[in-house]
Structure formats: C-alpha cells, structure tokens
Design a protein around this ligand. Structure first.
Ligand code: GLY
Length: 367
C-alpha cells in the first residue's frame, strides 16, 4: 500500500481506519477500498450540489476496477438534515435490496457525511461506509471520527451515534470547484485545531500568505490539511466516545450551533457560525482571566485573514442564550464551555455566569 498520502490511522473500538489526504489521488481509491472492505457492491450516495461529471467519474473509476455501483443523488442541506431525508434514503436502500455486507459511500460535504453515516449506522443494524468528503469543512472535521446524525426541530445533531467509517478519502481537487464562501468557511475548523491543540499549526496559518482555491495543489497547503486531519485523528483515537479530550473539538460550537439554529440554518455556513462562536468563547476566556487581549486579537486577526466573520450584525442575544440551554455538552443542566487558556491549549469550564456570556455576545455585535 502506498503510504505517501496517509495522514494517519484512526484507532477505534469499531476498528482502525486510514485517512488519505492528497491532490488528484482518486486513482488510488480502488486499492484503498480493496484493503478495507470485502464486498464489491457499492451504494454511492452523493450530494446533488456536486457536478454530475464528478459523480460519474467516481462511479466509472470504481466500475473499471471491478466494483458494482448504484448511485443516489440527494439534495443535502442543513435544513433537510432530518428524519424525512433519512426515510427517503432508507426507501432507496430497500428498493435496491442492500445487504449487510454491501458498502455505502458518502460523497459530499459535512451534511452528506452526517446523514449518510447515520443511515449506514442504522440500516440492517449497521453496514460498512466510506467517507469521501468534498468540502474543506468536512475534510478537516466531520468526515473523521464517526459522529453521524441528524437535526431535530429542538436542536442540531440531537439524534445520532458514534459509527466509524472504514476509510476517509480526501482528494483536495474537489475543493477547486466549491463556491468561494464554502471554501473560506472550511478554514474555521482547521484554525480551530491550531487554537485548541497545536500552536505550531496556528503559527503556520498565521505566517502563510493568502490561500486561494487555485493554490489547493500546493504541497504546503496539502500538508496543512494533512496536519489538521492528524490532530483530529489523534483525539479520536484517544477518546472515541467524547468522555475526555474530544470535547475540546467543540470549541466555538456552543454559540455556533445556537446561531445556526436561531437563523434556521439559512444565514450562516457552519464554519462561519463556528468562527463567531470562537470569538465569543475567546472573549469569555479573557473575561474569566484565562487569556489576555493580545491572544483574543490574534485569534480575531487570523479568522479575518481567512475571510471568516468575527462580528454579529443582529441582536438576538436572548434567543442565543435560550438555544444554548439544549446543548449536547450540558451536564446536570450546566453548559460545559470549551475555552482557551493559550494558543494551542483549550480547557472546559462549567458554571460560567450567564451575565458573562450575555456581555460577551453583546460585545460581538456590530453597532
Ligand atoms: N466535530 C467534533 C467531533 O467530531 O468530535
């Protein structure tokens, strides 16, 4: 097996799996598949937002290499990441007589991976699945670690499971055709990894020039995505079920998820909401004495450099607070806040007084 594109091997109780990261590496996919699945029947579930050419290219490559593929194209987005979409996919799997040894491939962004992974975890009590993410946000975060699920009206990702894929295959060539806003928003998760766990990655992001989509084949950029994947992989290998350090990956997500929910998933892309969430979290960290204003500014500057939003242009503080109360990270009704105590170091705190949260949200609103 060629290991030059191997970012890391995730080690979990459900089995170990490889994360492959590179540019223009699709040709190596069949070999990777042969090493992790036994059956040749593939059910490819793709996001409709992809160009038909991209889906056909993938299916033809698989067919040429001895796999049998069936394709379902679904219009995945945050507002239909729900039980209705799951039901629709179940009907297709039933029609196709998908068996327990068959493999489901998720081909698309974060929502695609979460929904398809959830379907794979429940169809016939679980069938093998592969993640082929096509957005930067999904590459950096959602495709790794087996968090699969759907939203409920009362909150984001409230239904779901930990169900690990057999392979995560990231070809950065898919990033070149993303809408620019989608591309930019993906950097939030990469920056988050630097902020919470790896100051060297953060320095690298601070020092690199502007990253544009046309540069995505650049070795330096591929290495940054690889490093980010390795950071996530190491966390998952050490804490598959979020009983320890995995919670740190939720930095910026308590406010981020609340923002997405109160705007009905229509105003912010996930990375944009997380960016504002990280701003509020850094302000809380400063307010309780964990970091100084220089660190808050460094975080703000890097987010701005990657074209991410750092302010709110509406005042819905009450709704945000209300929405954080159903956060999955709550214990005994207390929200566990992920906060920063330095660049490259995060921690958790409960019992942060609501007035502190309110003032940090208000401080993020542009007048
Ligand atoms: N997205 C956070 C995690 O996978 O734990």
């Amino acid at each position: 097996m060629n290991n030059s594109h191997l970012a890391d091997i995730v080690k979990t109780s459900q089995g170990n799996y490889r994360i492959i990261v590179g540019h223009n590496i699709l040709d190596s996919l069949p070999k990777e598949l042969n090493s992790c699945i036994n059956n040749k029947k593939i059910f490819l579930i793709a996001d409709k937002a992809l160009f038909p050419k991209q889906v056909l290219e993938l299916s033809e490559l698989l067919e040429k290499n001895g796999f049998y593929t069936n394709i379902l194209s679904v219009d995945f987005n945050e507002s239909n990441k729900n039980i209705e979409t799951v039901r629709y996919i179940y009907s297709w799997l039933a029609e196709m007589l998908v068996e327990r040894k068959d493999t489901i491939v998720s081909f698309g962004g974060g929502v695609t991976g979460d929904v398809v992974g959830y379907v794979a975890s429940t169809w016939l009590r679980g069938v093998p699945y592969i993640q082929i993410p096509t957005t930067l946000a999904a590459m950096a975060d959602a495709s790794i670690g087996g968090k699969v699920g759907i939203n409920l009206d009362s909150g984001k990702n409230l239904i779901g499971s930990f169900y690990q894929p057999k392979l995560v295959f990231q070809d950065l060539k898919f990033l070149s055709t993303l809408p620019k806003r989608e591309f930019d928003s993906g950097w939030a998760e990469v920056i988050k990894h630097g902020l919470i766990l790896d100051k060297n990655l953060f320095f690298e992001l601070e020092n690199i020039g502007k990253i544009e989509q046309k540069d995505i084949s650049d070795r330096k950029i591929i290495n940054i995505v690889k490093k980010s994947a390795k950071i996530k992989s190491e966390i998952i290998s050490g804490d598959e079920f979020e009983e320890g350090n995995r919670i740190l990956l939720n930095y910026g997500h308590t406010i981020g998820h609340a923002l997405e929910k109160i705007t009905e998933y229509k105003k912010f892309l996930h990375g944009e909401a997380v960016s504002i969430g990280m701003i509020v979290a850094a302000k809380i960290s400063k307010k309780i004495g964990l970091i100084n204003s220089k660190t808050v500014k460094r975080q703000q500057d890097i987010l701005k450099k990657f074209n991410l939003p750092v302010t709110l242009n509406f005042d819905k503080t009450e709704m945000i607070i209300q929405s954080t109360r159903i956060d999955k990270k709550s214990t005994d009704g207390n929200i566990r806040w992920v906060l920063l105590n330095d660049i490259g170091h995060a921690t958790t705190k409960t019992k942060i007084h609501e007035n502190i949260i309110i003032s940090c949200i208000r401080d993020t609103i542009t007048p």
